[in-house]
Design a protein. Structure first.
Length: 601
């Protein structure tokens, strides 16, 4: 038994003691916080602390004599290794079932037994769905306990880093204008108050940034917005007196982080409160007086944030040039190191690619943990190399690198595959099929307002025609110096195609099809694109994708015979644009590498 699994078993035993004391028959530990974040500050990483599984997505269920962790196909290999000998069973989530653990509970618990979950980290919508499903089996749901806080010794403190302003020229719209637009949207909904807990929405609205979540320039806070006042609830000491004065001039008061519950409970009885049930915690929702009328709708800032302005997009284009230049420097070094047979591992890749970006103006941090997977490791879409587990880059094969940067003028996310030695004909075939999928979606013209999930099949079609598919979505939204994953739109046929998914001008998305052969290799090619106006005629308005990412796609991995003439033209045109835009940004070996890798095929 490993030391980590010993810790897990001891912690599960303590949790079960507390469950018994409180009459809880099953305890659910989601991967979430009071802000419905995808990536969590250490204080809320309870699922990881308790189970030992370090992936970003998963739900742990613990009963008196069993424990299981549900996660999706991106993490099955990782979870299987990390849960070994822990007495936590890996439960493989199948696409389309949002809460399989609740289905499991209804099948294994008896009537009148009790399921518990911390309501402070559970959304209003999920709490309702969970309660409704459990009620069918006459199982009770409790949301008023935080058992982890009782057993979690040396729990990390809340983040304490300073909040800072995102300033012009990169902040292209003032907080005064954003507040005005939000209040207009509130009036349209008939609301005079709006509560916000999602960290990227608060950062966007107030033109503030922080470093409370690794790779995400956000800070832990809540906000309560009235028609003529606003309050930011944030830990004391995080906002300097000087910044507080700036915020006060814009009508924004600063209050202690924990004060949000009291502020909600003190709302006047004639208040009309706008909140988003999918992005607001059940625990806070319960503090709102019953007399207050609640309007439930998607937060106006989500759509406003997704629709980047022309000025935002201009900054993103500049950032793409800097990011592309950094990648030219990195790949020039990488190929030279390979030629000289320098010792390299997957960890070396992360070090050098981050260092290349750090030399670029406006760089703040990586936008996520670099994924550098060689051969079999690349078959795990969310693989992370560690000191205890990583591959040496040698011999023949393919190296997949998925990386990105946070810059003051934008957020980047790019995946490229580089050959090491001589790629096989089968690898070239897979690479070319993936490229065909990316080109197909990148080239399409589509109706304005189409729901993003409906575009997914366009990228998959070339792979489906060969009997191949991949388990992740084709694309996600990307923020403007915010989250590398940003809603509401998602190019995935598994996503709900509701009205929030409508594609509009200015939305930035990734396009990233892939092929993963377990134990052999993985291939993914990813560019970021932005929705632009295409044409307007008697059939309606149409949009197109402008490709933003600037970095060569390695043609040494191609089987040219599988490409159509139109696809060859697209690739050559793309490489012509990459060369033209990046040449002024590079010199020396990086310039020579760029020229060599953008030769027309």
């Amino acid at each position: 038994m490993t030391t980590n699994s010993s810790f897990t078993q001891a912690r599960l035993a303590r949790l079960r003691d507390e469950m018994q004391k409180n009459g809880i028959d099953a305890w659910i530990v989601p991967s979430s916080d009071p802000h419905m974040s995808e990536y969590l500050p250490a204080y809320w990483q309870g699922r990881q602390w308790l189970s030992g599984f370090t992936g970003s997505a998963g739900t742990l269920v613990v009963t008196a004599d069993w424990a299981g962790l549900w996660t999706d196909s991106r993490y099955w290999s990782q979870a299987g290794a990390e849960l070994a000998d822990s007495n936590v069973e890996l439960m493989k989530m199948i696409p389309g079932d949002a809460m399989p653990y609740v289905t499991w509970l209804t099948a294994h618990l008896q009537a009148r037994q009790v399921v518990g979950v911390d309501g402070a980290v559970l959304s209003v919508a999920n709490a309702r769905q969970m309660a409704q499903a459990l009620q069918i089996g006459e199982i009770q749901l409790r949301t008023d306990l935080d058992l982890l806080d009782v057993i979690w010794d040396a729990r990390a403190p809340l983040p304490s880093d300073f909040v800072y302003e995102h300033l012009p020229p990169h902040a292209t719209v003032s907080r005064h204008e954003k507040l005005h637009d939000l209040r207009e949207a509130m009036r349209e909904q008939g609301a005079n108050w709006h509560v916000m807990s999602t960290l990227d929405d608060i950062a966007y609205l107030l033109n503030l940034r922080g470093s409370d979540v690794q790779f995400n320039p956000v800070f832990v806070a809540h906000a309560l917005i009235g028609l003529d006042q606003a309050t930011l609830f944030v830990a004391e000491g995080k906002v300097t007196p000087e910044l507080q004065a700036v915020l006060k001039a814009d009508g924004i008061a600063v209050a202690p982080y924990g004060g949000i519950a009291f502020a909600l409970s003190a709302l006047p009885h004639d208040a009309v409160l706008l909140l988003d049930p999918h992005r607001f915690a059940h625990g806070l929702w319960k503090t709102v007086p019953k007399e207050v009328r609640i309007v439930e709708a998607i937060k106006p800032t989500i759509l406003a944030k997704a629709r980047k302005s022309k000025a935002d997009i201009a900054h993103i284009r500049e950032v793409m040039e800097q990011d592309g230049a950094a990648l030219c420097e990195f790949f020039a070094w990488f190929e030279q190191a390979l030629a000289e047979q320098q010792a390299m591992t997957e960890l070396t890749i992360d070090e050098h690619i981050t260092a290349a970006r750090a030399r670029r103006p406006g760089f703040v941090s990586p936008s996520f943990n670099t994924i550098a997977g060689f051969n079999a490791n690349a078959a795990m879409p969310h693989y992370t190399a560690t000191l205890d587990g990583h591959a040496v880059i040698e011999g023949d094969g393919l190296l997949l690198i998925d990386s990105g940067g946070q810059y003051l003028g934008g957020t980047t996310d790019i995946t490229r595959v580089a050959p090491v030695g001589q790629p096989s004909q089968e690898q070239k075939r897979d690479f070319t099929l993936v490229l065909k999928g990316m080109i197909a979606l990148s080239s399409v013209q589509f109706p304005r307002g189409i729901r993003a999930p409906m575009l997914d099949a366009i990228a998959r079609a070339p792979l489906w025609n060969s009997g191949i598919d991949y388990g992740h979505g084709t694309g996600h939204g990307v923020g403007f110096f915010l989250g590398v994953h940003e809603g509401p739109h998602s190019i995935s046929f598994r996503a709900s195609a509701d009205t929030s998914m409508e594609m509009d001008i200015g939305m930035v998305s990734s396009i990233e099809p892939g092929i993963y052969r377990a134990g052999e290799w993985g291939i993914r090619i990813e560019n970021l694109v932005v929705n632009q106006e295409a044409e307007k005629n008697e059939f309606g308005e149409f949009l197109r994708f402008e490709t933003l990412t600037l970095c060569p796609i390695d043609t040494r991995c191609l089987d040219r015979s599988l490409l159509s003439e139109a696809e060859i033209i697209w690739l050559n045109d793309y490489h012509g644009t990459v060369r033209k835009r990046l040449l002024p940004q590079v010199s020396g070996v990086a310039k020579a590498w760029l020229i060599g890798r953008t030769v027309a095929i």
